[in-house]
Design a protein around this ligand. Sequence first.
Ligand code: NAD
Length: 499
Amino acid sequence: MDQNLVPVLDEVNAFLRKEHGLLVDGASVAAAAGGRIEVRNPATGQVIASVADADAADVDTVVASAHRAFTSGAWSGLRPADRERILLKLADVLEAHAEELAQLETLNQGKSIHISRAIEVGAAIEYVRYMAGWATKITGETMDVSIPVPQGARYTAYTRREPVGVVAGIVPWNFPLMIAIWKLIPALAAGCTIVLKPSTETPLTALRLGELALEAGIPPGVVNVLTGRGSRAGQALASHPLVSKVTFTGSTEVGKTVGHAALDNMARFSLELGGKNPMLVFGDVDVDKAIQGAMMGGFLNQGQVCAAASRIYIHRSKFDQVVEGLAAAASSMTIGAGMDLNAQINPLVSARQQQSVCRYIDIARAEGARVLSGGQAADLPGYFVQPTVLSNVDHRSTVVREEIFGPVLVAMPFDSMDEAVHLANDTPYGLAASVWSNDLSLVMNVVPKIQAGTVWVNSHIPLDPNMPFGGHKQSGVGREFGRAALESFTELKSVCIAH
Ligand code: NAD
């Protein structure tokens, strides 16, 4: 037995063996047509479980469950303090099952068990506790108004924030549990009910989350989980007339389809989409810090991070040093399964994603890039790609323009602050960016000029539940986290009282 391999818990093996249905009204229900989807372990390519493959008829059933639960007031009618208490209980329940959830995620998504424990589960639990607190802090405003008729009448107006109704939460495969939680908890804090639709590749932790929500005391029907294909179940969910809000995280292409479908019903929507995020390394920065930052920002979760640092712009005075250091660090990374405690680079989520990333590396070569490290799939049974550093790329080349969503860094030099800002912004995306410098006036000059929803200085990637997160331009519409997230699950009602 390999000492570095984490032994799989019995409860994880038992969960994998279960005949998973859709979670509807608190019960597991088979898809009406009986379809199944196989779930694979990306480290081996082997099938480890199967889930129900919902179609449009199933979507009707699941949404009806969420709608009944909403209109019954079983959740929205609770005192805010009771919703808060139950959500805090959910955090405790998740914590009690933390290792089980982390292992399930690593076996299904491929990522390092360290990342599953610390981020997918650990940070997500912090998020639950943070957001639970908003349930008791939903407020409106009172307004003095000047309505002139009838003469002598007096009015007082105020606003109320009311839960929007049934929410569709559509989740990608890169952080399946954490992003499901980002959608679930503010919706519940606001008093909504929800249908969670995980990705076809990574449905397992969402199903377990639904079960644990019941265990925490959330009434049946408030949290429903719909497994199925995006083009069928996802599309039917986004366009369902009983859905009042769609919160989607995924690719820009699919996000636009989802946004159109929501708009057709005048459902509210928020879209967290792709990114092609620049990291600007100025000349005064310590080379080792810049290398460390790019490795963390670019290779975390094998680069399958919407906010990953993928375009590394380095001041020409430090370019060679940083790029050589990056190539050396990338070449020395240990490649292996997520359950291997020593592995630093783990498999991508699927064979399709592995092929897509390798195709981008081939395009880069054909467009004249130099491959300084990696550059191909690893010679292992699963969906591994070597950590890759590219230089000598043209600003207009495909790997600089398009989101790769894999362990590929593209390094380019710049000569001036204006050029760095221009290169950073010359992209269809605007999710995140980082600026690396200790020159205060330079930093304060650059930050307002960057077109991105989040700008980090001297770090890349940290997210906090209290910091709004979302995109400019093709990276999306709306914000997650903080008060902004909570309010996006409410309708604003004006009340005007004559007295
Ligand atoms: P995807 O767009 O292919 O799928 C996302 C989800 O949408 C999945 O659950 C999928 O089943 C569903 N879906 C697919 N087609 C649909 C349709 N027609 N109607 C409704 N739902 C549909 O994205 P992905 O490949 O799972 O994830 C990777 C993408 O997600 C990347 O582009 C990445 O940048 C983005 N992402 C963004 C953020 C962010 O916060 N901005 C976070 C993580 C991932």
